[in-house]
Design a protein around this ligand. Structure first.
Ligand code: SAM
Length: 223
């Protein structure tokens, strides 16, 4: 648990800042969320989980892009889910929004063809990153894919400096693995295959990286 007694870090660290999340992030999310959805190649009939959905911008984009997919957003924060529910109602789109923790997913094994996650892993300690990846592995179908957008290894000294404000807001403990470029190795630890970093964006807040990985058709793990 963090100092606020919660086992998740809210979108902008403090609950009172949550209503500002969408206006603040709008300037840059449109640069990478459509690309994340595109690379996931979501097909008709797919079951898709948006892990750490926040205000559900990505969740709704998935549903708009592939209306014949069953789309679920999950987040630990009940406050941000209220914003997400209002946005879904306003958009008139049928998505499911669940409260739950990324490292203890409330879904059976093999539930989803795709799991997408945007700007969540830098909120997790290394232990919770690994627990989360193992949970994602469990709920994915064999051959199912995980697609992540999050802060990645700084591509140069300027990008490393630019990332400091994010670290000061979200904490050095949870962000260090991202900026050191350790996410691909953690995916490998969780037995994912075909791990690729597909795009690096240079942003005002550092290097943002898109990744993809696949659950093998047969694995030694219980699935
Ligand atoms: C920076 S926001 C990103 C929200 C959204 N995915 C986006 O791209 O706009 C991080 C979100 O992850 C959620 N979160 C953090 N840790 C979590 C966990 N362990 N389980 C579920 N949600 C978590 C927070 O509540 C927050 O909504």
């Amino acid at each position: 648990m963090n100092q606020n007694g919660m086992n998740y870090i809210p979108a902008l660290k403090h609950n009172w800042l949550t209503p500002l999340y969408d206006p603040l992030i709008h300037w840059f999310e449109s640069a990478f969320k459509p690309q994340l959805v595109k690379q996931a190649k979501i097909a008709s009939g797919h079951r898709v989980l948006d892990l750490g959905c926040g205000t559900a911008t990505l969740t709704l984009l998935i549903k708009q892009t592939q209306p014949d997919a069953a789309v679920v957003g999950l987040d630990g924060d009940p406050n941000i889910l209220e914003i997400a529910k209002a946005k879904a109602a306003k958009a008139g789109l049928l998505i499911t929004l669940d409260q739950g923790m990324s490292f203890d997913l409330p879904y059976p094994d093999n539930s989803f063809d795709r799991v997408l996650s945007s700007l969540v892993f830098h909120h997790l300690t290394r232990e919770n990153k690994i627990r989360t990846l193992k949970e994602v592995f469990r709920v994915l179908t064999p051959n199912g894919e995980l697609h992540i957008a999050d802060w990645g290894k700084a591509q140069n000294a300027l990008m490393r400096m630019a990332f400091l404000p994010v670290q000061m807001l979200d904490g050095f403990r949870t962000t260090a693995d991202n900026v050191k470029g350790l996410l691909p190795g953690l995916l490998s630890t969780a037995e994912f295959e075909d791990i690729q970093q597909t795009v690096h964006y240079s942003t005002l807040l550092g290097t943002l990286t898109l990744l993809q990985a696949r659950k093998p058709v047969s694995s030694n793990k219980k699935s």
